[in-house]
Design a protein around this ligand. Structure first.
Ligand code: NAD
Length: 488
């Protein structure tokens, strides 16, 4: 079949401006199903005029939307929630097709996305200001929270539905209008969200959607009409977003990459620890910013842990995420597969012991982008595989003599997203969570991603900005405080 014949069967991916879906006039990229390698959709790269029109649409909608009573704004999100539940199966299948997640993983991320909508639906009480009577003689003081204006969201490929939902529900509930630029690798989940939020009754122009890569992002970062930028993606890009948008006078929250450690103490329940770490490391094919990519085994924990991890990895069913029973799906694309395979070579060259080689798994022979679960033993903290974000199903096991050494290893990372400890000792857990330099900590939990009422709180090289996404931080990020001092 000729490429033009294939192209005619591909799904299109509209943009949204002024509340209406339309096709972009820009060049297109082809999106492939990661499990099969088949082309599935055409993704446009928006023109500069289209990006400008999306910002203008958001700016025009801002005065009326910010003056809409907060409870009415939140009501739209209640309706969105209802519609998301109604279309849950389709949304989850779309996540599977775009990203390669398994059905179970898609369900989990869908649920986490819904929780963000639930949190934003209750934003009215978090928008309350503060009042103090008699700040002077016959003088009262109070503060109120106000929307900023046009906010922008730029999102990564690994959670096509959930990460956009970290941003726009809170932003629009607070009275802002929004331009979303999802990952060009998984933009169709965002298209569905826009369709649903307009069906939920959102006034035209409050949410806008553009597609593209660096060129589109650069335009959004420098346009003076944009007041705030939320970003989630890799650290080099997060740093670039932070510096560029801040230099252009915008408020920025830029969540970056990660290298997360799980410390396993000798007193830990080894079976629970191994199973939990397996699912943290290899769930979503290791493409999670809170995935464990380094396990630090303390003292005698190392050998039993390694054999339990290898056994659990051998038993994992790796394949097309749309098939029932699949435990680990493909990675996102051939480029990512190449990068991950290169890291396995690097680990061997650095002298780490390849305890389980995922390159030999049968899944790797298929047309999809698969790498089986891979485990390195005897990894030294200085090795690249222990320091750099691989973002794939490759787990490094580092051996430490005691808790102090394990904490030093965790804190030696340039990243500071998440870390976990597995132990039966309360005092060990307490010492770990007090001393470890990561913004999210798990105690006998492998994926310590906070629920939406808390901020998603990466530290160090995993975050650029001041106020994190979600929780009270999210509300503060999307609002400005006014203080009134009043003598009546
Ligand atoms: P990425 O940085 O390649 O892309 C993220 C977004 O930035 C996309 O929308 C992309 O189009 C845009 N972009 C890419 N290169 C750009 C450039 N040079 N200039 C301007 N914009 C650019 O990230 P990804 O590969 O899509 O996602 C995976 C990364 O995201 C991992 O590093 C992962 O750890 C991170 N992540 C972090 C969190 C968190 O909460 N900290 C959550 C999810 C993912």
């Amino acid at each position: 079949m000729s490429s033009s014949a294939i192209a005619t069967q591909l799904k299109s991916c509209p943009i949204f401006i002024d509340g209406k879906a339309r096709l972009s006039r820009g060049e297109v990229l082809i999106q492939h199903n990661p499990a099969t390698g088949e082309p599935v959709a055409e993704i446009p790269l928006c023109t500069s005029d289209e990006v400008s029109a999306a910002i203008a649409s958001a700016q025009a909608a801002f005065p009326a939307w910010s003056a809409t009573p907060v409870l009415n704004r939140c009501r739209v999100l209640f309706h969105l929630h209802t519609l998301m539940e109604k279309h849950a199966d389709d949304l989850m299948l779309l996540i599977v097709e775009e990203n390669g997640k398994t059905r179970e993983e898609a369900r989990g991320s869908f649920q986490r996305g819904l929780e963000c909508v639930e949190f934003a639906s209750g934003v009215s009480s978090l928008m309350m200001g503060e009042t103090v009577e008699h700040v002077g003689t016959d003088v009262d003081g109070w503060s109120t929270r106000h929307a900023l204006g046009v906010c922008v969201g730029i999102t990564p490929f690994n959670f096509p539905l959930m990460v956009p939902l970290w941003m726009f529900p809170v932003a629009i509930a607070c009275g802002n209008t929004f331009v979303l630029k999802p990952s060009e690798r998984v933009p169709r989940s965002s298209v569905r969200l826009l369709e649903l939020i307009y069906e939920a009754g959102l006034p035209a122009g409050v949410m806008n959607l553009v597609h593209g890569t660096k060129q589109v992002v650069d335009q959004l970062l420098t346009d003076p009409r944009v007041k705030a930028v939320s970003f989630v993606g890799s650290s080099p890009v997060a740093k670039y977003i932070y510096t560029t948008a801040a230099a252009n006078g915008k408020r920025v929250q830029a969540l970056g990459g990660a290298k997360n450690h799980s410390v396993v103490m000798p007193d830990a329940d080894m079976k629970h620890s191994a199973n939990t770490i397996m699912s943290s490391s290899f769930g979503c094919a290791g493409e999670r910013c809170v995935a464990t990519s380094v396990v630090v085994a303390v003292g005698d924990a190392a050998d039993p842990l390694l054999s339990a991890l290898k056994k659990a990895a051998d038993e994992m069913k790796v394949g097309d995420g749309s098939e029932h029973g699949t435990v680990m799906g493909p990675i996102i694309n051939s480029e990512a597969k190449k990068r991950i395979l290169n890291y396995i070579d690097v680990g061997q060259q650095e002298g780490a012991k390849l305890a389980r080689d995922g390159r030999n798994d049968t899944c790797c022979d298929s047309e999809g982008y698969f790498v089986g679960p891979t485990i390195f033993d005897n990894v030294k903290p200085s090795m690249r595989i222990a320091r750099e974000e691989i973002f794939g199903p490759v787990l490094s096991l580092v051996r430490a003599k005691d808790l102090g050494e394990a904490i030093d290893i965790v804190n030696g990372s340039e990243y500071g997203n998440a870390s976990s400890i597995f132990t039966k000792s309360g005092s060990t857990a307490r010492e770990f969570s007090a001393k470890v330099q990561t913004g999210m900590v798990g105690i006998n939990v492998g994926v310590p991603a906070p629920v939406a009422i808390f901020p998603f709180a990466g530290w160090k090289g995993s975050f650029f900005g001041d106020l994190h996404a979600l929780g009270k931080d999210g509300v503060k990020f999307y609002t400005e405080t006014r203080v009134v001092t009043c003598r009546w």
